[in-house]
Design a protein. Structure first.
Lengths: 127, 616
């Protein structure tokens, strides 16, 4: 390893940022891919892989992805929920690889929900 | 760029390694591989997470889900549920004791909720073997400032203003220590780190060295810059192999990358660092003895002055700081003295790490703000007494140099001043909780055995005095105690404290003095009534079954090693005293509290075992 300078320290810190955003919770957007039995059967794993590729290619560091169980609307799987900080979550259904790419570019990066794919805005009320 | 769906931070501290981390990690990695998740999920081995009682533990980011007591058998199910289907796996979560429901998120668990992390800022957060991960958490930024932008005076001012007090036990202000050494003129100075943690039940420093070795090194670089030292030594006991391994790894990578050695970070400051292995003598935690030990001599203290700041290692000005003190230096330099003072009290600022052990539910490592009530640590963080029906009796603070604090004082704030007033000391941070089944005379005897063994022998009052006190305590616990023994113990204590050279002798009588102060009646009952009410001193108790409470369940009968318990099923049992060995197994087995502990039935105490001396 070459001798480090102060500039190098900063560079290393930047490079590690994505990993630590995950651990420190400093993220701007969160995409949840629903992976109940129904979701997995309908191809949610592929959706997740595509999403991970997109994030990786775009080089964004403030987007995290996570999985969750069945959203209850099995007929419209695969589904994903996009949450941008300070905005209500948006649920998308009947996803395909192309759709999730588009959603990633328009909504996650661009901040504009794609209405034609959206099922609902907001979350169910829980008691 | 590598992008992960989740980071699994698996604790690889000594505690969790002992309970199975290596096997669990192997199983976890194999299972992730099997499901094709290896590219999406990163497994990181971290230092001690702190919640050792529940080990092996793992933290899942980004959700911050805390899993505990992992086993190889549960891994396939865990991977399937959480990582394949996205359903956090409840079975392995922490359970609320009263309500029995699972608490998934780490910071909702009371053990973690009340903690503040400064010393342990990177615990369970980074891979201790990765320099990059340490740098990602602002690592070496403070050192960069210290060597490039700050003068030694600047550094010392920040440290003095912060009010950081040495975390090794004595509580001497770190900034002041640095200032003394900085003003000493010499061609060579030394920056030393004390990793010779030796109190029974204490593992704070080991955890810091294991979980975050770079934080100690960074603190030493800054300290060295402040006092003008070009060489440093970390003194660690050889029985901390994992700490030694990780420190050495950290030093090697720092040398390679210019964070140690010549011209650190391109500045004109140079600092070399090496590890010295101690053989584990308790007295070598004393600064002058430690320095003698590094010089290759027998570890014995010498009179001060001259203080090490003027004449230390190899008779050159030296500063010796404790691991925990050094680990706090970098954040103080980065965030300033004011920030440091936002926690704690005026005279005891900042936070302190404690190792919680003994009869407590949540055994582990905790960091709390100074000034927090002792009760909060024991009940909220520690979860109270481990055994359900047992009551809290006392907490031992400060190890063999400290004392026992009784229940009446449990509301006191944890500061250097308040704890000292009770007769105990904050010490390095060992906190041993004891429940009502503890005999305080035996407890003080245990600590005195330790100090009598560890006394280096230089000062007669310490060498002989602790031995005489130990013999008296042995007599008391075996039924040969006499009226006046308590007063003699107190007198001897005063003399030993007044006439010993170093901290070992000056504090060795503390456990005896505090137990006499708060539990004098136990000493009296041992001496006068031949009655150890906790049933620990086997010569001073007898066990009896209460007819009205005994359900005749037979648990005591089955557990008795000498067949002293007799009785028919569902009828009250009886103990044949002639056969009873006072082993307590019936007392521990009984679920109905039907075993009563009474004074010894023996007429005459057994004569003391004579020390025959060493023969050829």
């Amino acid at each position: 390893m070459a001798k480090l300078t102060i500039a190098d320290l900063k560079k290393i810190k930047e490079k590690q940022h994505a990993t630590f955003a995950l651990r420190e919770g400093g993220y701007r957007a969160k995409v949840t891919v629903h992976m109940g039995t129904c979701g997995i059967a309908a191809g949610a794993r592929d959706i997740m892989s595509v999403l991970m590729d997109e994030i990786s290619q775009a080089g964004v560091e403030d987007v995290i992805t996570t999985t969750s169980g069945c959203a209850g609307f099995c007929a419209r799987e695969p589904m994903a929920t996009v949450e941008i900080l300070d905005n209500p979550p948006v649920k998308y259904g009947d996803l395909t690889a192309d759709k999730i790419r588009e959603i990633f570019k328009e909504h996650v990066i661009g901040g504009k929900p794609i209405e034609k794919y959206a099922l609902v805005v907001g979350s169910e009320t829980t008691y | 760029m590598e992008k992960y769906l989740a980071n699994l931070l698996m604790c690889a501290g000594t505690g969790c390694v002992a309970t199975g981390t290596p096997k669990v990690v192997a199983a976890l990695k194999a299972e992730l591989e099997k499901h094709g998740l290896s590219d999406e999920i990163k497994v990181v081995l971290t230092g001690c997470n702190g919640f050792c009682a529940e080990g092996p533990v793992m933290l899942v980011y980004p959700e911050e889900i805390f899993y505990q007591k992992l086993t190889v058998e549960e891994i396939p199910k865990l991977v399937e549920e959480h990582f394949l289907k996205g359903r956090p796996y409840e079975k392995l979560m922490f359970k609320d004791i009263e309500k029995k429901h699972a608490i998934p998120v780490m910071n909702d668990i009371p053990f973690f909720k009340y903690q503040v992390l400064r010393v342990l800022r990177n615990k369970g957060m980074i891979d201790p073997e990765s320099l990059e991960e340490y740098i990602a958490r602002d690592g070496y930024m403070a050192a960069a400032q210290a060597v490039n932008e700050m003068t030694p005076e600047d550094i010392i001012k920040v440290m003095k203003d912060s009010g950081l007090r040495g975390r090794g036990g004595a509580g001497f202000p770190t900034g002041l220590k640095w200032e003394f050494a900085s003003k000493s003129q010499a061609d060579q100075k030394y920056m030393l780190c004390n990793g010779d943690e030796g109190d029974p039940g204490a593992f704070m420093d080991r955890s810091v060295m294991e979980a975050d070795p770079h934080s100690v090194i960074e603190g030493m670089i800054i300290g060295a810059r402040a006092i003008g030292a070009s060489k440093g030594v970390i003194y660690v006991r050889a029985e901390y192999p994992l700490a030694v391994e990780r420190l050495q790894m950290a030093i090697d990578i720092c040398l390679e990358s210019g964070l140690l050695g010549e011209n650190i970070l391109g500045s004109d400051f140079s600092f070399d660092l090496e590890i010295y292995l101690g053989a584990g003598a308790f007295v070598c935690g004393e600064e002058t003895a430690l320095m003698r030990s590094i010089e290759g001599q027998r570890g014995m203290p010498r009179p001060r002055p001259p203080f090490p700041a003027h004449k230390g290692l190899w008779d050159k000005p030296s500063v010796l700081n404790n691991v925990e003190s050094l680990a706090q230096v970098a954040p103080i330099i980065l965030n300033g003295a004011e920030w440091y003072r936002t926690l704690g009290t005026e005279k005891s600022p900042g936070s302190k790490v404690f190792a919680l052990t003994g009869d407590i539910r949540n055994v582990g490592l905790v960091e709390v703000p100074m000034g927090i009530p002792l009760k909060t640590i024991i009940y909220d963080i520690g979860g109270g007494i481990a055994k359900k029906k047992k009551k809290f009796k006392a907490v031992q603070l400060g190890g063999p140099s400290g004392g026992c604090i009784p229940e009446e004082l449990i509301n006191i704030p944890v500061t250097y001043e308040d704890i000292t007033r009770t007769g105990a000391i904050v010490g390095s941070g060992g906190m041993v909780v004891m429940d009502e089944d503890t005999c305080m005379v035996s407890t003080s005897k245990f600590f005195l055995e330790f100090t009598a063994d560890e006394s280096c022998g230089k000062c007669t009052p310490c060498r002989v005095g602790t031995r005489v006190m130990l013999d008296m305590l042995t007599d008391i616990t075996e039924g040969r105690g006499r009226e006046g023994d308590i007063e003699t113990l107190q007198d001897l204590s005063k003399d030993i404290i007044a006439t010993s050279l170093c901290g070992l002798g000056q504090t060795a009588p503390n456990p005896v003095l505090t137990t006499i102060r708060y539990f004098r009646h136990e000493y009296e009952s041992h001496i006068r009534d031949h009655w150890c009410q906790a049933g620990i001193c086997s010569d001073l108790c007898s066990f009896h079954i209460l007819d009205d409470k005994c359900k005749g369940c037979g648990l005591c009968l089955r557990g008795c090693p000498s067949n002293a318990v007799v009785g028919e099923k569902k009828k009250p049992h009886r103990i044949i005293q002639e056969l009873c060995l006072q082993c307590r197994s019936c007392y521990d087995a009984c679920k109905f509290g039907a075993i009563e502990i009474k004074p010894s039935l023996k007429k005459e105490p057994e004569p003391a075992l004579k020390d025959e001396g060493v023969t050829q």
